[in-house]
Design a protein around this ligand. Structure first.
Ligand SMILES: [Zn+2]
Length: 270
């Protein structure tokens, strides 16, 4: 039995008994330059299957219940149901797993933000793929509102943002403000959709800004009604949590381009 891959976890989600994890490059079978725990879908089916099997064994779910989608930087949400193979070609950037299903939902990232959401009241969870385009499109809001609308046995309830008060969120490894340089116009678009705090630094001479996607996502979650204490950065907000800075631990598209593997954030319905 090989060693199980080391995953990064959220204390907040763990204490609420939600099985979940954020992968690193360690503990898989993929070969260079994608070494070793690559979750890219179309690259190497056999190694992918083994990596997924190890992920499932570590987190604690049935690998045949792992749901993913075709991610397109939009705001469409799908609910895990039917065969996972049918969902993988559907375009969506937010996935929900229903309470009691034991279903696992995952998003693949290499600099974009993986956000895991959980509702301790129902056991319902969501995995969200949020790059800057998804953040601007409000994919995080789509997921939080879905969880809010389905708090009472799948029946629609009148929702206010207050209902999101009990939700938990973990923001996983993504490109940090140290590295996420964009044009000033893109920076302004992100800040307008989230918060001024999304712009970490300006380089006016070059017309560039450095964007803090974690701060942007946190601002959105707070606006949606989550308390600051219920939102956890994994591993943290320093460069330790930046995919581009830490080549040993993380894949980064901005650093490695097409030679970049994919990390996952995964969470299981309770
Ligand atoms: Zn960095």
């Amino acid at each position: 039995m090989p060693d199980l891959p080391p995953l990064l976890v959220s204390e907040t989600l763990r204490k609420a008994h939600f099985a979940h994890g954020f992968s690193t490059r360690a503990g898989g079978v993929s070969e260079a330059p994608y070494d070793t725990l690559d979750f890219a879908i179309l690259r190497d089916p056999e190694r992918l299957r083994e990596n997924q099997r190890r992920l499932a064994a570590t987190v604690g779910f049935d690998p045949s219940r792992l749901y993913q989608t075709r991610q397109v930087h939009g705001r469409t949400l799908v609910v895990a149901q039917g065969a996972p193979a049918d969902l993988i070609d559907q375009e969506a950037d937010a996935l929900v797993a229903e309470p009691g299903s034991g279903d696992a939902v995952a998003v693949r990232v290499a600099d974009c933000v993986p956000v895991l959401l959980a509702d301790p009241q129902t056991g319902r969870v969501a995995a969200v793929h949020a790059g800057w385009r998804g953040v601007v499109a409000d994919v995080v809001g789509a997921a939080v509102r879905y969880l809010g609308h389905h708090r009472s046995d799948g029946r629609e309830s009148s929702s206010s943002s207050r209902e999101a008060g009990g939700f938990l969120a973990a923001i996983g490894p993504c490109i940090g403000p140290c590295c996420f340089e964009v044009g000033a116009d893109v920076g302004e678009t992100i800040a307008r959709a989230t918060s001024k705090s999304a712009i970490a630094r300006r380089d006016d001479a070059r017309g560039k800004v450095f964007v803090d996607l974690r701060a942007a996502v946190r601002a959105q979650l707070r606006e949606l009604g989550l308390s600051d204490a219920s939102i956890e950065d994994v591993p943290d907000r320093t460069r330790a949590g930046c995919t581009r800075c830490d080549a040993e631990r993380f894949y980064s598209y901005r650093r490695d381009g097409d030679a970049s593997g994919r990390l996952v954030g995964v969470i299981v319905a309770r």
